[in-house]
Write a protein that binds this ligand. Structure first.
Ligand code: XIL
Length: 383
């Protein structure tokens, strides 16, 4: 029996490694390569020691992004302490497997350490802290992280078109190089972008974002710098209008911005592909690229985390549509999912485990219909 098993293993290996690899041994990453798109996944460093996690990741993806390991609370736990150990594991893994790394994120209002949020710093102190943070982290990964989400989710979720009130913007906000302090303002950013004095006022509102991009660019002039946003800004609406106005203004004034990240967390089994496509077109017309940065399609699940077969098929169709819309727009350069196995996904813990099954592989690393839909689309849609 033993020699038969050995013979079978050898034949299988030869088949897998041989030229013109047959379809089942192909991977998402090969399909993505032939269509000229990066295919990425958000990664948890602690899981890299799990064989199935590591082998699936390396086989199927050509880009990774630490899911939480580069957020302030992890990377900058004390005022004078930077801890790169977790993110370094992801970067090392990527370099061993020929993968690119996206960095997430330098400026956000969430997952910040208490020393920062409760520190009662003045604007000037806060500006120094932010500059040091951005420059230290970006410099550490210079030449290793090719693209950064410099600022994440700055838009107000309730008041479309306005900026969110955060420690960086107005609580107390960072002091600017010009000496101006950022002020809280509730006026519509679009309106402000239209006329002279109002345009200047809009620039002041967005100044902390502008300054963050400038600091990141100083630390690594080669890195691509992204503004990343979710919550419906994937489509054309008042929120994405405001981001569009900001990016246009930045490009006109030479602020170093290279891309817009559209998160693509989909929770209603519907994707307005026409609107997403129009949105991508207008951003790329400004000369920036678009990455889909955090895609998942969450489903209602039972107590074991399982979704219905019908929903899994509908989910597959959404992954297919999103791949198609990216392939159809040349400036859309990457599709990244927020995790890759349903075993580890933020959806469960963030929905009291009523939702889940959002990713391409099931809890046992088996490819789901969504995987095949995405892969077939990438294979068919060479560009
Ligand atoms: C999520 C992570 O997946 C979780 O592990 C963490 O507990 C909370 O943050 N938008 C973002 C991501 O930009 O950083 C968030 O990630 C998901 C929503």
């Amino acid at each position: 029996m033993k020699w038969q098993a050995l013979f079978f293993a050898l034949v299988t290996a030869a088949f897998c490694l041989g030229p013109g690899t047959a379809a089942p041994e192909q991977s998402l990453r090969e399909a993505a390569w032939s269509s000229g798109i990066l295919i990425g996944a958000a990664v948890r460093p602690a899981q890299l020691s799990e064989a199935a996690y590591a082998s699936t990741l390396a086989r199927e993806f050509n880009m990774v992004e630490p899911e939480d390991a580069l957020k302030w609370e992890v990377v900058h736990p004390e005022p004078q302490t930077f801890d790169f150990s977790q993110a370094d594991q992801v970067v090392d893994f990527a370099s061993r497997h020929g993968m690119k790394v996206r960095g997430h994120t330098l400026v956000w209002h969430r997952q910040n350490p208490k020393w920062l949020t409760e520190g009662k710093f003045t604007s000037r102190e806060l500006a120094e802290i932010l500059e040091t943070h951005i420059k230290t982290v970006v410099t550490h990964y210079r030449g290793k992280i090719f693209a950064w989400d410099v600022v994440n989710e700055a838009s107000d979720e309730v008041h479309a078109g306005q900026l969110r009130s955060t420690i960086w913007r107005d609580q107390p906000g960072i002091a600017l190089d010009t000496g101006r302090e950022l002020r809280a303002s509730n006026r519509d950013a679009n309106e402000k972008a239209r006329s002279g004095p109002e345009a200047r006022s809009a620039q002041r509102d967005y100044a902390y974002i502008e300054q963050s991009f400038r600091w990141a660019h100083e630390a690594d002039p080669q890195a691509l710098l992204f503004y990343n946003e979710g919550a419906d800004t994937e489509m054309v609406n008042a929120k994405s209008d405001a981001i569009y106005a900001m990016v246009r203004d930045f490009r006109q004034r030479g602020v170093p911005i290279d891309g817009v990240g559209l998160q693509m967390h989909i929770s209603n089994l519907h994707a307005d592909v026409a609107s997403i496509s129009t949105n991508i077109k207008r951003f790329t017309a400004l000369g920036v690229q678009v990455h889909f940065t955090e895609m998942d399609v969450s489903l209602a699940v039972d107590a074991n985390g399982n979704a219905s077969p019908e929903d899994l098929q509908r989910q597959a169709e959404i992954y297919r549509q999103i791949a198609a819309v990216c392939l159809a727009n040349h400036g859309c350069a990457a599709i990244q999912t927020w995790g890759f196995t349903d075993k580890y996904s933020w959806i469960g813990s963030h929905s009291k485990h009523t939702r889940g099954a959002a990713l391409l592989f099931d809890q046992n690393y088996r490819a789901k219909p969504a995987y095949w839909a995405l892969r077939n689309e990438l294979e068919a849609g060479r560009r």
